[in-house]
Design a protein around this ligand. Structure first.
Ligand code: ADP
Ligand code: MG
Ligand code: MG
Length: 977
């Protein structure tokens, strides 16, 4: 087979073997039938080999595989566990799969694990590399391993008087849905079932087990599945018919005679529908099941899952064969699942469910309602459902009540496992006649809230250190902690779904314009601003609204970026909406939502609901603060925020920002009356006229900077000089133009001409950024003056300031040289006027690919670089972020791109330019400060990349600052010391 590229050391390829088990398969389709028929031979060989092996214990010592050249090496194929010891351990997940490794570990710890053995993942790999053959010695190994299990439990596999039954369980390194389902009670046939009944003194139990086995085996190994999506499971159909014939409702009401009939009917059904005879021989059953586990590694579901999660196909799966214990032997038996702590909120308390007299996955199958494990949980559920205590105790008592001894044992075991694994465990257990058995353990999945609490608690309990605690919490998961959420218990009426652009839930009445949002806010009403798309003119409305919903736009559309920046819930690109501003309606299919109607949006899922769905406010616990402080101890990179207003700056500091990495000045141009002055400036035909208008803007901008600098109290603040093309500030509709014409006393015609003359075909590559500064120096001059005057005034007040003046869109050294000179002159002049000195620096954004390429030259004029990765991505990939929505999802879907490059840095392309620019820039200026201010600064994967290329800081929207702090800490933990 060619799908493997790595060479394997332990199992020589294509070994020639004597007494091998040729399980040849011509095609995947035919595999199951072939496996079953070839087992007979396998068994014969195995029997003889095992007989000869005698006291050599081949399973424990490993079996010999002849290498290609003829040398014989011992390769261990099978790892036994049970009886207080094990060949494997939790460290051997690669070889034994997660389930097998942890079963071995639990057995070594002396926990009550039914004995069994694991066939290693290498056998799976060998199997697929060698035309679906097993390595030499496997059959003998399995024989010997089974013999050992027989010895430990004192039963015989296939023994008619006292039969050993086993489960066959798949288990890859990473838990993988799509792999084969577990088969229980293997080893039963018409003879052994009688022995089981006699040994247990319980007919019904024996036939219940038999019925389950034939059903599972028929489905999983012999492949009798529903023929279509609408057909119900064929075995369940037979059971239903039986219940009808007997006039009973529950499986439990079927008698052992009924169950016996079911077994026969199941076998008939299998033969009729698949042409396969149900194997009676336990060994044939066993090899059929082992073959099915290996076969399932290459089934379509598993392949698709691996592709999705980047799991290499050469990892292979292990097979676990384990002696059965029975939770279905009577009312002193049970099966259940539990977490050692509550995975929802992290409370230190056993959390889980069980069923009396049940087997396997009955608990999760939903046939009966499972009961709670602890009395406290049982009572809490009863209370929430209004059930009386008497009723609860009668109908749904806790394990703590019905099997107190087993419960105590379970709690003790849970504690032991936690102390051992130093993490919360998700466990599966069975109680047979009052005795507890452990069947699985793994690290438990948990919510972000629980992850934080558990990590901090485990440090308090001295189980882990702070660094480990930091590594235990996924940075991205913090998002859900920082924003309001929908109340999970509330009823919801979903009307549409768009893109989740800025997390958090918000509810309010629909408004279709920014002004309406603002007016409603003044009257104390809550609104959701609904727009086809938003533009900078809508900012005040976005501020006033609780949330934003747009019909068009992607993850980096204006609404999304601004929404995230403000920490406002936002859903964009909700194509199902048909918005009519004129009528004041939004139509979704048949439904019409009018201005004033209440809606709720969930920016974490993109969902839009009719009506007000109650939300719950986030509460940042002391544990959260503590974990963040530990992250701060660990990380190298600084974290700043992108903030444009004193309010944002204050929020950013509250979240732990260590400076502002991007203060955009254009947003300030829209506030209140200033837009008029800005428009007057744009419309002026002379430098003189522009200066006059700019003179009106200066004092207002200065006040903004004073507010921001004051809020940041000496932390660095990077102020970007004007960036967008001027026409973005002009009115668009004729109506607006006429109103403006009246206001500033020029003709509407003149205004229209001016608007048309400024119109650009490709504004993103047009007259913007430093190009404005080069053509209209007075604009930058006034901005620098505002920054420096603000800085000087605060310095006089003894408030520390640290402005960094940033020139955008530089591609050529000379651009920067020119504007740096201008900046220096203005700054020096202002400081002379104020007779004071303030520390300040001048740098540039790296967002034009050329600037990244010639970074060595650019750095001669720049004291800092800040990667504007939105534009840099756009220009490097030649991909307009405003238009990419039409094809980008298809690109990601088809795997052309691994993901949205506007969300996570395209590391091999854009990232290459970044790495190059940092290295080149520092080659000419060793102390060049480097950071990132694009949206990527809050994406954990991008943050880790930024650490790797040596950036000094990342900057992101205020609400993502904690995520970036934690991601930066993870980067430091992962970095080579
Ligand atoms: P999954 O990977 O889907 O969790 P498992 O292999 O863990 O599948 O099996 C599912 C369930 O089957 C277990 O939780 C346990 O209840 C039951 N089971 C598996 N093996 C045995 C066994 N040897 N004895 C009793 N029950 C078993
Ligand atoms: Mg399962
Ligand atoms: Mg399991």
């Amino acid at each position: 087979m060619t799908r493997r590229t790595k060479t394997r050391k332990r199992l020589p390829s294509k070994a020639k073997r004597k007494g091998a088990t040729p399980v040849k398969r011509s095609s995947a389709v035919a595999k199951r039938a072939t496996v079953v028929t070839t087992r007979k031979r396998a068994r014969g060989a195995g029997l003889r080999a095992a007989g000869k092996a005698g006291t050599r214990k081949p399973a424990r010592r490993g079996v010999a595989v002849r290498a290609g050249a003829g040398a014989t090496r011992a390769v261990k194929l099978i790892y036994a566990f049970g009886g207080g010891r094990a060949d494997g351990s939790a460290k051997m997940k690669n070889l034994l799969g997660g389930k097998g490794a942890n079963l071995a570990e639990m057995a070594s710890l002396g926990l009550p694990v039914p004995p069994g053995f694991t066939i290693s993942t290498e056998v799976c790999t060998y199997f697929y590399d060698n035309g679906n053959r097993y390595p030499a010695g496997l059959v003998e190994g399995v024989r010997a391993a089974v013999a050992k299990v027989e010895q430990l439990v004192g039963r015989g596999f296939g023994d008619p008087a006292n039969p050993l039954l086993v489960s066959v369980r798949s288990g890859a390194r990473a838990s993988m849905p799509g792999m084969m389902d577990t088969i229980l009670n293997l080893g039963l046939n018409d003879t052994t079932v009688a022995g089981l009944a006699r040994a247990a003194g319980n007919d019904r139990f024996a036939y219940d087990s038999y019925r389950r086995f034939v059903q599972m085996y028929g489905d999983v190994v012999l492949d009798l599945k529903p023929a279509s999506k609408t057909e119900i499971d064929p075995f369940e159909a037979v059971i239903e018919a039986k219940k009808r014939a007997r006039g009973v409702e529950l499986d439990l009401q079927l008698t052992s005679g009924d169950l016996k009939e079911l077994v026969a009917e199941f076998k008939d059904l299998v033969l009729r529908r698949t042409g396969k005879t149900f194997p009676d021989d336990p060994w044939e059953q066993l090899w059929g099941a082992i073959g099915a586990v290996f076969g399932s590694w290459m089934n379509q579901r598993a392949i698709t899952y691996r592709k999705l999660y980047n799991i290499p196909s050469d990892w292979g799966t292990a097979v676990n064969v384990q002696a059965m214990v029975f939770g279905n032997l009577g009312d002193d038996c049970a099966t259940g699942v539990a977490f050692t702590r509550d995975p929802g909120n992290g409370t230190k308390q056993l959390y889980g469910e069980f069923l009396v007299n049940a087997q396997g996955e009955d608990v999760v199958a939903g046939i009966r309602t499972p009961q709670k494990i602890t009395l406290a949980a049982s009572r809490a559920v009863a209370q929430s459902q209004g059930t009386s205590e008497a009723q609860r105790a009668a109908k749904s008592p806790a394990l703590e009540e019905v099997m107190p001894a087993a419960f105590k044992e379970l709690r003790k075991t849970a504690e032991k496992l936690e102390r051992h694994y130093k993490d919360v465990q998700d466990i599966e257990f069975t109680i047979e006649r009052g005795r507890l058995y452990m069947l699985q353990t793994r690290n438990g999945k948990r919510t972000a809230q629980a992850a934080v609490k558990i990590a901090v608690d485990l440090v308090r309990e001295r189980l882990i250190d702070r660094r480990t605690a930091v590594s235990r919490v996924e940075p991205a998961s913090l998002d859900s902690l920082l924003h309001p959420r929908l109340d999970a218990r509330a009823a919801k009426d979903l009307i549409a779904k768009g893109l989740a652009a800025s997390p958090g839930a918000a509810a309010g009445e629909v408004v279709f314009s920014a002004d309406d949002a603002e007016q409603a806010r003044e009257k104390g009403r809550r609104t959701i601003l609904v727009r086809i798309e938003t533009s900078p003119e809508d900012i005040h409305g976005m501020h006033a609204a609780e949330g934003i919903l747009t019909q068009r736009g992607g993850a980096t559309s204006h609404a999304a970026v601004v929404g995230r920046g403000m920490g406002k819930p936002c859903v964009v690109g909700c194509g199902a909406l048909a918005i009519d501003y004129h009528l004041g309606t939004m139509r979704v299919g048949e439904r019409i939502v009018r201005a004033g109607d209440p809606i709720t949006i969930d920016g974490a899922t993109g969902e839009v609901f009719a009506g007000i769905v109650p939300t719950v406010e986030p509460e940042l616990s002391g544990d959260f603060e503590k974990l963040m402080s530990w992250a701060d101890e660990v990380r190298r990179m600084k974290v700043r925020a992108n903030a444009d207003t004193p309010h944002d700056a204050t929020v950013a500091r509250r979240f732990g920002a260590e400076g502002i990495g991007l203060c955009r000045t254009e947003h300030m141009f829209f506030e209140g009356d200033r837009i008029d002055a800005v428009r007057e400036m744009i419309l002026a035909d002379t430098t003189e006229g522009r200066r006059r208008a700019l003179g009106k803007i200066l004092p207002m901008q200065k006040q903004d900077f004073i507010g921001i600098f004051r809020a940041m109290a000496g932390l660095p603040v990077t102020v970007r000089l004007l960036d967008p093309p001027l026409h973005e500030f002009l009115p668009h509709t004729d109506q607006e133009i006429e109103a403006l014409a009246v206001k500033i006393g020029v003709s509407a015609e003149h205004l229209r001409q001016k608007r048309d003359s400024l119109r650009e075909l490709n504004p993103m590559l047009g007259h913007r950024g430093c190009r404005l500064g080069v053509t209209y120096p007075e604009i930058y001059e006034i901005q620098v003056r505002a920054i420096m005057e603000a800085a000087c005034e605060l310095t006089r007040e003894r408030v520390k300031v640290n402005p960094e003046i940033m020139i955008p869109l530089v591609g050529v050294k000379k651009e920067l040289a020119l504007l740096r000179e201008l900046t220096l002159q203005v700054a020096e002049a202002v400081m002379r006027d104020y007779q004071t000195k303030v520390p300040y620096s001048i740098g540039t954004m790296i967002e034009v690919p050329r600037a990244a390429i010639v970074a060595r030259e650019i750095a001669e004029e720049a004291e800092f670089f800040s990667f504007g990765t939105n534009d840099l991505t756009q220009m490097t990939l030649g991909l307009s972020r405003d238009d990419a929505g039409m094809f980008l999802p298809v690109y990601v879907d088809k795997g052309v791109l691994p993901g949205d490059p506007f969300v996570s840095v395209d590391q091999s392309g854009v990232g290459f330019l970044m790495r190059h620019a940092v290295a080149e820039g520092r080659a000419s200026r060793s102390r060049l400060k480097c950071g990132i201010c694009g949206e990527h600064g809050g994406d954990p994967a991008s943050v880790i990349f930024c650490d790797q290329i040596g950036l000094d800081y990342v900057s992101c929207s205020p609400y993502r600052v904690p995520i970036a702090r934690l991601a930066a800490a993870h980067a430091s933990l992962a970095a080579p010391a």
